[in-house]
Design a protein around this ligand. Structure first.
Ligand code: AMP
Ligand code: ZN
Length: 186
């Protein structure tokens, strides 16, 4: 039992203990595939050290963050993909323990992408790009959570395509549209 009483919330800690899950690793961090990928490529970069989330980061963690980003770039290379096709960042309101950097392709074509909340978590202020997180930590010495009301508001945002001006009526509509973008590129 964890301090917050949610066993599922420590699933990532269990996942990184099994080296079979490691796509790549270094002395201080590992990359694993996201178990419920929200796009064609979706990886998580986690430090081996016990840092629960972005809200526990301190100035002294800046070099560790750089290492996470280096591994994020490495996994994109290893998968023979291009940086421009990816977004790299943290969820501003994470649900799982152990700090994790998302490395996700921008197609968002996946059966696991189901809810408006999923979409918003990568395509609104709920997604904190690595560079912004780094800059905020460097300037302010910590990263603070968004207000609860703001998180709720963002979770219900309009479904605006990340590749054009299209506004979808609902998730099935958005998913069809994203699939068409992806097909055009094949
Ligand atoms: P969040 O805490 O919101 O940044 O997201 C946690 C991420 O972990 C989600 O993208 C999940 O799909 C992913 N996930 C949940 N359980 C596991 C697991 N056991 N192994 C790998 N990824 C997981
Ligand atoms: Zn579009």
């Amino acid at each position: 039992m964890t301090s917050c009483g949610k066993d599922w919330a420590v699933g990532l800690i269990a996942a990184i203990k099994d080296s079979k899950n490691h796509v790549i690793s270094s002395d201080i961090a590992v990359v694993i595939p996201d178990k419920y990928p929200k796009a064609k490529h979706h990886y998580l970069v986690l430090p081996k050290g016990d840092i629960p989330d972005i809200f526990h980061l301190k100035l002294s963690n800046l070099p560790m963050l750089q290492e996470l980003y280096l591994l994020a770039q490495n996994v994109i290379e290893v998968k023979r993909c291009h940086m421009d096709d990816f977004q790299i960042g943290f969820h501003a309101q994470p649900s799982m323990q152990r700090l994790h950097l998302h490395v996700i392709s921008k197609d968002f074509v996946s059966d696991c992408l189901k809810t408006k909340k999923h979409w918003a978590s990568f395509n609104t202020e709920l997604f904190l790009p690595y560079q912004d997180a780094y800059a905020r930590l460097e300037m302010e010495g910590c990263i603070k959570p968004l207000a609860k009301e703001r998180v709720q508001e963002l979770g219900g945002s309009e479904l605006i395509c990340n590749q054009c001006e299209f506004v979808a009526k609902n998730m099935p509509d958005l998913k069809r549209h994203l699939y068409d973008h992806w097909m055009e590129k094949q």
